[in-house]
Design a protein. Structure first.
Lengths: 299, 305
């Protein structure tokens, strides 16, 4: 870089213009090579999934680095539920959606109500609520797994989708509260006050003013909660045990119980399971990136 | 103003008057607090039923001192503790430092680096179960992708990754970095974008270019964000479960377990839930100071996570 400024200062000298160009191309070339390495690094495990999924059953682990006889047969098996681990695949897919959407809805509802109260109604001792949320946010979820398992039995929710919904809503809500409080600060209080003069009660302010203005933050947090619920494994595995109540994540990991499992079926299932988060991620990338980094960058 | 507010199309932060109280607020105060209580009840209920109760229950399950005697006399526990420390110390720091450097790379405005960013973020968007299982298959037999590549290049059989303790642990750490580096790169990228351009222009006039620009301008401005992110990531990684559970699954012979997987196995594979809870509670002497430090840092700097 210092060389380029030096080059610019020399101005008309042909030698330094040449030097500047060469330097520029060298930087560009290094940058491209580095980019390629980064792309290969990011893609390799995903390529491996496709490679195994496209192999026939005997071809898995044949030691080749691309599928020699690529076939979509594994995908057909998954879609038609033609294997005993996959008998309830579409039902389990539905379960995953049910859990994901419910967690999303509850997280948005509980989170926005709580942050509306702390931020707009200025609840006395609201800081306690914020602190409680922060504490929940920083505790690793896996450390609560064993007591959670016991408690769900006490609540009579074992092997019930609602136990997973409760657990994941608990872990997604603190994040929602932070994003909402942060984002809510940019909505002028004067709006609430003028609505009050017009006779609106807090519920009307929440529904008619707060929620519509919070739309971008709601999208960001909603996407986050949906992805969290869809991608989560530990709590799904612990709390759901029968094929009818399982989500896809649990069903998928069943393949790992046996060493003789057809890995090509498993990877085909994994690819189908990974499609919704990928679609969601590309569809809402801008909002999600914004939501995930919201606030954290103010330091 | 954070860049994300800009990204969301939301303008300047309004000067909200925190102290001024309009006179009519006093009149509606009574009904207001009723509403306020009604609105926080859902969260308070969730917090009490699914955070406080499990935490207290967990502390009670792990309250018997005998459990810790058994725990500390288990040689596998010592291995697990060392593994966890290595996993967190190496994994988090390498990941954070590389993410910081890469966020500088992704600041470039050229179109192909932007499309590269979309590819680079895929590991983060995919379910951990899926990608870690795929990595497991790359390593587990002599016929996985990595060994096949090795054979294609050198003509000889490659190493059996998961039969050697340190290679398996290294595979866990690399997989962990692979999965989570994109997320933190994104955070640092947003933080870098929030730095006003004039600071760089002024620095350039003063002669800070190239690496000096990074060392004397960018890094001091991001130091606080970097510290908070590292603390947060450390706390989360202490309880990281899926990486080790799927990539090495503790192989060989449970020598690569970390606390979360050790506790999980004690509780659900061997049927000693109290022992499992005790294993996880044994992280508290590290976890609690970290959490206190983190919360203080967050309060002091006004950063909201």
């Amino acid at each position: 870089m210092s060389a380029t400024t030096a080059g610019r200062r020399a101005g008309s000298s042909l030698h330094s213009v040449l030097y500047y160009r060469l330097h520029h191309y060298a930087v560009e070339a290094i940058s491209i090579v580095f980019g390629l390495i980064l792309a290969v690094w990011s893609i390799t495990p995903i390529y491996n999934m496709w490679m195994i999924a496209l192999e026939s059953h005997d071809g898995v682990f044949s030691g080749s680095i691309w599928p020699e006889h690529p076939t979509l047969q594994s995908f057909v098996v998954v879609v038609t539920q033609d294997f005993w681990y996959l008998e309830n695949f579409w039902h389990q897919f539905g379960n995953s959606f049910y859990v994901g959407l419910t967690v999303m809805f509850l997280t948005l509802l509980i989170g926005s109500l709580a942050s509306f109260t702390v931020g707009r109604l200025r609840l006395r001792n609201g800081w306690m609520l914020t602190n409680a949320a922060l504490m929940t946010y920083v505790i690793p979820a896996s450390f609560l797994a064993i007591p959670f398992y016991r408690i769900m039995q006490i609540y009579g929710l074992s092997n019930n989708l609602w136990s997973v919904i409760a657990a994941l809503t608990t872990f997604a809500t603190p994040y929602a509260i932070f994003i909402f409080s942060q984002y809510g600060k940019s909505i002028p209080m004067e709006l609430d006050e003028s609505a009050r003069i017009d006779g609106a009660n807090p519920l009307q302010i929440y529904v008619r003013i707060y929620l519509p203005l919070m739309a971008p933050a709601l999208v960001a947090v909603g996407t986050y909660a949906l992805l969290l619920a869809w991608n989560e494994y530990l709590y799904n595995f612990l709390l759901l045990s029968t094929p009818e109540s399982m989500t896809v994540a649990v069903a998928l990991a069943q393949f790992l119980n046996s060493d003789e499992s057809p890995w090509n079926f498993m990877m085909a299932t994994a690819i189908i399971y990974a499609l919704p988060p990928i679609i969601l991620y590309y569809g809402f990338r801008r909002y999600m990136a914004a939501g995930l980094t919201m606030g954290g960058v103010k330091g | 103003m954070s860049s994300t507010q800009q990204a969301l199309g939301f303008g300047r932060p309004m000067p909200v008057s925190q102290s001024r109280r309009p006179p009519w607020r006093f009149r509606v105060q009574g009904s207001d607090s009723t509403w306020a209580i009604a609105f926080v009840i859902p969260y308070v209920a969730v917090f009490a039923a699914f955070v406080i109760y499990p935490v207290v229950y967990g502390l009670w399950m792990g309250s018997d001192p005998v459990l810790y005697g058994v725990l500390f006399s288990d040689p596998l526990y010592l291995t697990t503790a060392i593994n966890t420390l290595l996993f967190v110390a190496i994994g988090v720091n390498v990941k954070m430092f590389l993410a910081f450097l890469l966020s500088g790379y992704f600041m470039s405005r050229s179109w192909w680096i932007r499309s590269l960013l979309a590819i680079y973020l895929i590991p983060w968007a995919l379910p951990a179960l899926v990608v870690f299982t795929s990595i497991h298959f790359m390593l587990v037999t002599q016929w996985g992708l990595l060994d096949s590549l090795w054979r294609a290049v050198t003509g000889q059989d490659g190493p059996l990754f998961l039969t050697h303790e340190w290679i398996a642990m290294g595979a866990n750490i690399v997989s962990y970095i692979w999965k989570w580096m994109p997320f933190w790169t994104l955070i640092f990228l947003a933080a870098r974008m929030a730095i006003p351009q004039d600071i760089y222009e002024a620095a350039e006039i003063d002669g800070a270019t190239g690496y000096r620009r990074m060392v004397y301008v960018t890094f001091p401005l991001l130091a606080n964000v970097y510290l908070i992110c590292t603390l947060l990531s450390t706390v989360w990684t202490l309880g990281d479960f899926p990486t080790v559970y799927f990539v090495s699954s503790g192989a060989p012979a449970r020598l690569t377990d970390v606390l979360a997987t050790y506790g999980f196995r004690e509780a659900f594979d061997f049927g000693y839930p109290r022992q499992g809870v005790a294993a996880m509670l044994s992280a508290l002497p590290i976890l609690i100071p970290l959490v206190i430090l983190l919360m203080r840092r967050v309060r002091a700097s006004g950063v909201q996570l």
